[in-house]
Ligand binder design. Sequence first.
Ligand SMILES: NC(=O)c1ccc[n+]([C@@H]2O[C@H](COP(=O)([O-])OP(=O)(O)OC[C@H]3O[C@@H](n4cnc5c(N)ncnc54)[C@H](OP(=O)(O)O)[C@@H]3O)[C@@H](O)[C@H]2O)c1
Length: 310
Amino acid sequence: MNGPASRPPWSVELHGPGRVGRALLDLLPPHGIAVAAVCGRADDRPETDPTTRRIFVDATSPRYDGAEAERWVTRLATVLTEGTPVVTCNKAPLAIGWDRLSLAARRGRTTLSCSATVGGGTPILLATRRLHRSQGVVRVDASLSGTLSYLCDRVTEGATLSQAKDEAIASGVAEPDPSLDLDGTDSVAKAVILHNLLYAPRWVETLRDSRPRLHLDEEGIRTTARAGPPVRAVATITPGQVGIALGSFPEAAPLRSIRAPAVVRVTLRSGLSSTLGGPGAGAEATAGALLGDLLELTDPLGPGIGGAIA
Ligand SMILES: NC(=O)c1ccc[n+]([C@@H]2O[C@H](COP(=O)([O-])OP(=O)(O)OC[C@H]3O[C@@H](n4cnc5c(N)ncnc54)[C@H](OP(=O)(O)O)[C@@H]3O)[C@@H](O)[C@H]2O)c1
């Protein structure tokens, strides 16, 4: 009889050996998860080894627009269709290609695990999805960008936007090029993933060129703060709709000491709400979330939900 114990062991094929990828490589040895290949941009298709089962880990840079973005969605879809599970911290393909990827995973009878794309060190997707399945989630309000939270706090304290931006980059809270954070793309991408995890296949959102853009300005932040700090870029998710706007978000107040916090307020069908928050980003926290998905997947008792969308 062929039980799970007789199947070949899992091994990781890591794509994108950057900050998160390297942090993940450090976490794997104590868990006995082997690394089959580490692939940079130039390594197109590593050789396969029939003695192991591959897990494709996507820790590559996010591409939201253009040919490279499309090419990467196609690459992931092909991998899934071939039956290889994907574990990812890269928001972009999920935000622009949810339908194609979930269909590919179904065709390949495999999974796409994405806990690391939203919330980093805080299992926002897992908890929210569970709440939706058991109690029904009718709305989520979420502050999902550590960079925007930092800017809102510093401008509320009196800094100019430009000073706050420079500080955020110098201290590593923001990327050297924070444009995808500043115009809300990163937050909306996370909101799209959260939306689809809850409401697909009935409602599927896609991040398009015409996506809602956030327009940050000092006056807007300070005016909003008068309604009560902290001000946050709040993504709002309801079935069939994702938006983003500056708002007063009191739920974020207890987490202001955390460097890059993620906070979600989940409104249940009953009218009650539930709030979840914690560290939302950073290479180590994100690598930890990838490891969590890998452990679910490689568990000899079988995969749990792991943020899987299919
Ligand atoms: N850092 C965080 O706190 C954090 C949090 C949540 C999610 N994420 C997501 O995690 C992913 C990795 O982030 P990171 O901070 O590690 O970024 P990073 O340091 O810039 O690393 C990205 C790596 O991906 C490589 N790469 C780009 N395109 C590739 C391709 N087609 N095939 C193989 N490798 C490719 C890059 O190579 P080159 O150097 O040649 O470009 C680089 O080594 C991103 O999608 C990011 O949005 C990061």
